[in-house]
Design a binder for this molecule. Structure first.
Ligand SMILES: Nc1nc2c(ncn2[C@@H]2O[C@H](COP(=O)(O)OP(=O)(O)OP(=O)(O)O)[C@@H](O)[C@H]2O)c(=O)[nH]1
Ligand SMILES: [Mg+2]
Ligand SMILES: [Zn+2]
Length: 226
């Protein structure tokens, strides 16, 4: 008897992700899959980022949550012409490429420079799902504890940038930043770590510079010049 073996259960996801990637590339959009635990400050970071990119880059945000459109409402409050879509996954603990594909139909991509995809708060399975993004960015929080990078090596390995949010809380919460950096260095010596605070604005200028640089490298104009 020949038993069928499904080699790649993620194959369908990867095919849709490839379609997303082509759509984003054709429109010159730089897309970030933002991954972090519940409450680590993903939406707060996006709110502050949109405020700072006003008049500099055209932004769209896809928010993923099991329920509610509260994050999309928070992002939309900032106006600034940012396009926002909320995805509710029901019981799903991560975004998949088809979620993003549906959301992309709601956006006018020709008017977007940078797309932020706020994944469902979860440090584990979002890492394994390609959404068609250019990069995955991991975000850890001071209040989450200094062992979280060591406990989530897959994210540290996949991410092209790691953020440490809520650094304004450092005086109040025990968090060994040296140990945290050492743990990251042992897992992925190449990934930069950027501490920042959405409340005080510390580190935000560097984050905005990184975004502008990455979008500039990505734009069709830059690709033609190369
Ligand atoms: N002090 C301080 N508080 C922050 C910072 N960033 C976020 N917060 C607070 O942390 C809490 C969670 O922030 P959110 O932005 O909702 O976190 P999130 O990662 O989007 O959460 P989920 O979408 O539910 O996974 C809120 O009360 C924020 O006001 C920061 O940089 N400093
Ligand atoms: Mg959020
Ligand atoms: Zn999941």
């Amino acid at each position: 008897m020949i038993i069928p073996v499904i080699q790649n259960v993620l194959k369908l996801n990867d095919e849709v992700a490839a379609m997303n990637r082509a759509m984003l590339r054709d429109a010159g959009v730089f897309a970030i899959d933002l991954i972090g635990a519940p409450g680590c400050g993903k939406t707060a970071l996006l709110e502050e980022t949109i405020r700072r990119l006003d008049g500099v880059k055209r932004v769209a945000v896809i928010c993923g949550d099991l329920a509610t459109q509260r994050d999309a409402d928070r992002v939309a409050r900032h106006g600034n012409g940012a396009q926002v879509v909320q995805i509710n996954t029901g019981k799903g603990c991560h975004l998949e490429a088809n979620h993003v594909h549906q959301a992309l139909q709601q956006l006018s991509l020709e008017n977007v420079d940078i797309l932020f995809i706020e994944n469902v708060g979860n440090l584990i399975c979002p890492v394994g799902f390609d959404l068609g993004q250019n990069v995955k960015v991991g975000i850890f929080a001071i209040a989450g504890g200094d062992d979280k990078a060591a406990k989530h090596p897959a994210l540290v390995n996949e991410a092209r940038l790691l953020l440490l949010s809520q650094v304004d809380l450092a005086p109040y919460v025990p968090f060994d930043q040296e140990q945290f950096r050492r743990d990251i260095g042992l897992i992925n010596a190449h990934v930069p770590l950027l501490p920042l605070s959405s409340v005080t604005g510390e580190g935000m200028a560097r984050w905005i510079r990184w975004l502008r640089l990455r979008h500039a490298c990505q734009s069709p104009l830059a690709l033609q010049v190369r």
